[in-house]
Design a binder for this molecule. Structure first.
Ligand code: FES
Ligand SMILES: [Fe+2]
Length: 457
C-alpha cells in the first residue's frame, strides 16, 4: 500500500497516487492448474476440449487446465487425448503420425494407443520390455453432437456424462461452436450471470449487438438450484401490449451454462420455449479460455443463422474478438470487456453495485463448491432439494433455461410495475420447479398448461 493513504485521500479528485496498488487476484476461484482447488474441481467433470471437425488427418495441440495435450482421431475412428510430449524424449505429438490404432511420435517412432499404452518402441531390441514398463499420460474422451469431451480427473472418480434433457432430444439440431477469450475463465463465466451488461455493452454503448428487447434494464432475481450446484437468474422485462417476458438463464457448476433466446422475443405469448445455447467455459490456462457449446435450432426456436455458427463465430453479436484494434475500441463486445478486466480480474479492486448480485452469488456458490461444502456440486450429482426452495426437489436432469411471454397488465406506477414483473418471474419459476419430478413429455405438458392457466388468471 502506498504510504500515508487515508480513506479521505482515496476519495479526493486526482487521487491516482493513492489508488495505484494492485492487490493479488482470487487464486481459489481463478487458478486451474493441476492441484489447485478450482482446477481439481473442474477435473471431476467432463470438459469439451475441441470440435469433432478439428480431428481429421492431423493431430491437434491443445492446452486445457494448464496441461499441454494433443487430440487426434486414429484411422480406426477412435479419439485420443494424450499428454502432448512424448514419453521417450519429449517431442510434441502434434507432429506425430496418425496410425491405424493410435499415434506415432515423429522422432523415434514410438506408437501410443488412445489410452496411453505404448504399443511399439521400434528402435529397441525385439525382446525389450521397455514399452510394458511405462504408460503415457492419456485421458478418456467421448464425442457428443460435434464436441469432443475429455475427463481429466482421477480414473476412479470418472462420472457418467451429465444427463440433461436438452442434450438427449433428437428433434433439435445442435450445431457445435467455439469462441476463444483472452482472459481468466471466471470473467467469461460470470459475465453470463450479469444480464445488465447486455443493456449497456451490447446495446446502449455500442449500438445494437443484440436485439432491441435486451436494451431495457430488467427486473432480475437470482436463486441457487440443485442444492448449491446451480444458479438461475430470472430476468423480467415489460414488453408492449401488456406483455411480460420472463427469461431464465441456468448455470450448472463448475462451468456449464444454458440460455434461452438471444434474439428479439417478439410480441406473442410464449409458453416454455426452450434452450437456444449451451456453453462450457473451459480454461486453457489461468489467462485464456474457450467457450464451447451448441446452438440449438428448431422451427419453434425463431431467429438465428446456422451458417454463422462455428469456430470463433456465433450468430449473435458481441461475443468474439473484434478483428482489429480500432474495431475493438469503437464497438467492443464481450471479448474486449472481459479481457479488459486484466488477464485475471482483481476482485479486491471492484466496487460491486446492486446490479452485481448475480456475480457475487456465483462466486459464493463456486467457493462453497470448490471447498466441497456442497456435495451435490460434485459428481455424481444429487437430486436432493435446493436450499433456496426448502425441501423442494430439483432434478439434475432438468435445466431451467427458457423463455416465457405472459399477458400481465401494466401498472402506471413504476415501482408497482416492477413488483408485478417480479411476481410474473416467480410464478413461472415455481411452475418449472413443480414439474421437476415429471418425465420429459409430461413436464412439457404440465408447464405449458399451468402457464396458460396463469396467463388466463
Ligand atoms: S521423442 Fe518421441 S519417440 Fe523419441
Ligand atoms: Fe455479453
Amino acid at each position: 500500500m502506498t504510504p500515508q493513504t487515508s480513506r479521505q485521500d482515496r476519495r479526493e479528485p486526482y487521487s491516482g497516487y493513492y489508488l495505484r496498488d494492485v492487490p493479488a487476484y482470487d487464486s481459489e476461484l481463478t487458478e486451474v492448474g493441476p492441484g489447485t482447488p478450482m482446477g481439481e474441481y473442474m477435473r471431476r467433470h467432463w470438459q469439451p476440449v475441441c470440435l469433432s471437425r478439428h480431428l481429421e488427418d492431423l493431430p491437434l495441440a491443445l492446452k486445457v487446465l494448464g496441461e499441454d495435450l494433443v487430440a487426434f482421431r486414429d484411422k480406426s475412428g477412435a479419439v485420443g487425448v494424450l499428454h502432448r510430449h512424448c514419453s521417450h524424449r519429449g517431442t510434441s505429438l502434434e507432429y506425430g503420425i496418425i496410425s491405424e490404432h493410435g499415434i506415432r511420435c515423429c522422432y523415434h517412432g514410438w506408437l501410443y494407443g488412445i489410452d496411453g499404452r505404448i504399443l511399439e518402441t521400434p528402435g529397441e531390441p525385439p525382446d525389450s520390455r521397455l514399452k510394458d514398463s511405462l504408460a503415457h499420460g492419456a485421458y478418456p474422451a467421448l464425442e457428443r453432437d460435434g464436441l469432443v469431451f475429455a475427463y481429466m480427473g482421477p480414473p476412479a472418480e470418472k462420472p457418467a456424462f451429465p444427463l440433461r434433457e436438452t442434450f438427449d432430444r433428437d428433434d433439435v439440431e445442435k450445431i457445435p461452436f467455439l469462441v476463444n477469450h483472452g482472459n481468466n475463465w471466471l470473467q467469461t463465466y460470470e459475465n453470463m450471470m450479469d444480464p445488465v451488461h447486455s443493456v449497456f455493452l451490447h446495446s446502449r454503448m455500442t449500438g445494437l449487438q443484440l436485439s432491441g428487447s435486451f436494451g431495457e434494464i430488467p427486473h432480475v432475481e437470482y436463486e441457487e438450484t440443485h442444492q448449491g450446484s446451480g444458479l438461475v437468474y430470472i430476468s423480467n422485462r415489460r414488453l408492449p401490449d401488456d406483455k411480460v417476458w420472463v427469461r431464465h438463464v441456468h448455470f450448472r457448476f463448475p462451468n456449464e451454462a444454458h440460455f434461452g433466446t438471444v434474439f428479439d422475443i417478439g410480441g406473442e405469448e410464449v409458453f416454455f420455449r426452450r434452450v437456444y445455447v449451451t456453453r462450457w467455459i473451459v480454461p486453457h490456462d489461468d489467462t485464456s479460455c474457450t467457450f464451447y457449446g451448441w446452438r440449438f435450432f428448431r422451427d419453434d426456436l425463431p431467429g438465428g443463422d446456422r451458417t454463422r455458427v462455428g469456430i470463433n463465430s456465433i450468430d449473435f453479436g458481441g461475443q468474439a474478438e473484434r478483428p482489429d484494434y480500432e474495431s475493438k475500441q469503437r464497438t467492443p463486445g464481450d471479448w474486449e470487456a472481459q479481457a479488459g478486466q486484466r488477464p485475471i480480474a482483481i476482485h479486491a479492486l471492484e466496487h460491486r453495485a446492486s446490479t452485481d448480485a448475480g456475480v457475487t452469488l456465483l462466486r459464493q456458490l463456486l467457493r462453497r463448491a470448490v471447498r466441497r461444502e456442497t456435495p451435490s456440486a460434485w459428481p455424481p450429482e444429487s437430486a436432493v432439494g435446493s436450499r433456496a426452495s426448502g425441501l423442494r426437489r430439483t432434478n439434475p436432469r432438468y435445466t431451467y433455461a427458457q423463455d416465457t411471454v405472459l399477458t400481465v397488465p401494466g401498472k402506471s406506477d413504476r415501482e408497482a410495475d416492477r413488483r408485478c414483473l417480479g411476481d410474473a418471474g416467480r410464478w413461472v419459476t415455481d411452475v418449472l420447479y413443480q414439474a421437476d419430478e415429471l418425465d420429459d413429455g409430461a413436464r412439457r405438458e404440465f408447464v405449458v398448461e399451468r402457464l396458460r392457466e396463469l396467463n388466463r388468471g
